[in-house]
Design a protein around this ligand. Structure first.
Ligand code: FUL
Length: 582
């Protein structure tokens, strides 16, 4: 009996010993190498650099929104001079609920407001300067855009972020470093303490002072400590230590986008020194390859954010109403941001009424409808019963993943019947690091394995498009990785051919026209709220709608074989006052 007990205890001890010994050390956010560490040792450690909880939660948002709105909206400028009179800030119908509902319906999970852009005008009634909404005619100086947005976020369950431009062209004290740092931190404190939870703080690195301009030494330590004190769960982006600018404003991340980078995060002088010694910056093409690991003495978990505007400008300009990015372009951006291990930060600027323009609303609806249709059916999910993964399945506390230790290794998936698909989506279990360096996908066609795609990094998510294929068997091969590959998701979808929906516009005279970017479509529409079909009235010429009403339209190509999403807009009687319904 005694002996049996001993055996049990010894067994338990051995089990604990082996399960502990199995786990490698993880390095949260940063790892420093011992002098003399070999490349092989460094690469192995790189595989175990992991995000903070805040970084992981942020990454999972996938798509977030930017709202650029200030005096520039009324002056038709991109960078205000700082001498704009607050009198010009007077949105006639500002409705933050319309912003948040529009963004939320599009699948965007967080919204960042330009609380103060470079012109220094504050969208909340700050105590730090008179240059704010309090001096404007809007709501007789009693308004607060930050509060209106915060309330709308609460109502719709949307996360909330603040953009506060360090560069300030209005503040007299800008350039008197200690004084401005105090002024800036007071503004920051007002925003961090007066509006509930802040999920992201966005510090713009832009500065247009030029060589003879004012020179301001920002006290980044002071700013970061203030955020830590009041909003410890917020991520700090761009000139921040949690989230990196991807390096372009075009909507495209790198093909090999490592979240573990040699790039040192944020603006503190010691971090800037590291980057200057390595000769790298946010725009450097390679930030995380083995070559970079070889060169550096430390690595950081510093994931990429892709910021891009839905229009050419960051702020609203009436003459860009017809330059809202096409559905095809937005989908391309989606694949090259979310699908390249980054978070998309899509800017949608409200107009002078303080509303998101009907064209942007319509495009966002098309965008969501397209993604929903694409992700409606996952070919792999249906094959669950017959997956033959290369290695075992592990239950992590962020879900299940396969651990693939010996590389290269292939996993075969028998699909339930012959399936057509043209998109791969694959994810790593980044809670334990980003590791995969090369992988490929093949389909079994005509008795042979046919390569569909070969790519490099994965990270949180990689999405790739290829020519559609029909098969009942696929093979995923992890070719190279920095340590065992941890694959948490693998999906195959059929993305619809891109056909852009009609753009509905009504001019001042109440005449409605329907256009699309797709060549030679047939557009049909209804005015009675019913779904347009191929039998509905065809759009041949602009028509009169002086009394308003709901216009629903759809574009068709290929002899009605393919249809766009339905676009609908409700017009009221009032000239120019449109509100797109859902
Ligand atoms: C840039 C700014 O200069 C632009 O105006 C815009 O705010 C963009 C998001 O960041 O650095």
């Amino acid at each position: 009996m005694k002996f049996n007990k001993l055996l049990v205890i010894a067994g338990i001890c051995l089990f604990i010993f082996f399960s502990c010994a199995k786990k490698e050390k993880l390095f949260v956010k940063k790892v420093s190498f011992e002098p003399g560490a070999t490349l092989e040792e460094k690469v192995r450690m790189a595989a175990h650099v992991v995000p903070t909880k805040q970084q992981l939660d942020w990454q999972k948002l996938e798509m977030t929104a930017f709202i650029h709105f200030t005096v520039n909206t009324f002056t038709n400028m991109e960078w205000g001079h700082g001498d704009e009179s607050p009198d010009i800030f007077n949105p006639t119908e500002l409705d933050a609920r319309q912003w948040v509902k529009t963004l939320k319906d599009a699948g965007l999970k967080l919204v960042i407001l330009t609380c103060k852009h470079h012109d220094g005008f504050c969208l909340w009634p700050t105590k730090t300067t008179d240059h704010s909404v309090a001096a404007s005619p809007w709501k007789n100086g009693k308004g607060d855009v930050v509060k209106e947005l915060r309330d709308a976020c609460n109502e719709f369950g949307m996360k909330f972020g603040i953009y506060l431009s360090p560069w300030d062209r209005n503040a007299q004290c800008y350039g008197d470093s200690p004084k401005y740092n105090q002024f800036f931190v007071e503004q920051l404190t007002e925003l961090l303490t007066g509006y509930g939870k802040v999920d992201e703080v966005w510090f713009d690195g832009a500065n247009g002072e030029g060589p003879n301009g004012k020179k301001q030494e920002y006290d980044w330590n002071l700013y970061y400590n203030t955020i830590k004190k009041f909003q410890p769960d917020a991520v700090v982006a761009i000139v921040g230590e949690d989230v990196r600018w991807v390096g372009t404003e075009s909507g495209y991340g790198r093909e090999s986008e490592w979240s573990v980078t040699a790039l040192a995060p944020g603006g503190r002088p010691e971090m800037r020194q590291i980057n200057s010694d390595l000769g790298i910056g946010a725009t450097t093409k390679d930030l995380g390859s083995r070559r970079m690991i070889d060169k550096t003495q430390q690595l950081f978990w510093y994931p990429a954010e892709v910021d891009v505007s839905i229009r050419p400008g960051w702020f609203y300009h009436k003459n860009q109403d017809n330059q809202v990015k096409s559905l095809a372009k937005l989908i391309d951006i989606y694949f090259n941001s979310v699908g390249r291990n980054a978070v998309l930060l899509l800017n949608i600027p409200p107009d002078t009424r303080g509303l998101i323009h009907v064209n942007d609303v319509a495009r966002l609806k098309e965008f969501r409808a397209y993604l929903d249709e694409m992700m409606d059916e996952d070919v792999v999910l249906q094959a669950n019963a017959s997956i033959k993964p290369a290695e075992k399945s592990v239950d992590g506390n962020e879900g299940t993943y396969w651990e693939i230790k010996k590389l290269p290794a292939s996993s075969e998936f028998s699909l339930s019947g012959s399936k057509r698909f043209n998109v791969l989506s694959i994810q790593e279990y980044i809670k334990e690091g980003q590791r995969v360096e090369k992988f490929k996908l093949e389909a079994f066609v005509d008795g042979r394995w046919k390569e569909l795609i070969t790519s490099t990094t994965i990270g949180y998510k990689k999405m790739l498009r290829f020519n559609a294929v029909k098969t009942d068997k696929v093979r995923l091969t992890i070719l190279e990785a920095r340590d065992g590959a941890l694959i948490s998701n693998f999906n195959l979808y059929e993305a619809p051919e891109l056909l852009s929906g009609p753009i509905i516009q009504r001019n001042k005279e109440g005449i409605v026209s329907l256009t699309t970017e797709t060549p030679h479509p047939i557009i049909t529409y209804t005015l009675d709220g019913t779904e347009p079909t191929k039998g509905s009235k065809r759009f041949e010429a602009a028509f009169d709608l002086p009394k308003g009403g709901e216009v629903k339209a759809k574009a068709f190509v290929d002899n009605f074989a393919e249809a766009s999403a339905t676009v609908h807009v409700t017009y009221d009687l009032q000239e120019n006052s449109t509100f797109s319904s859902l």
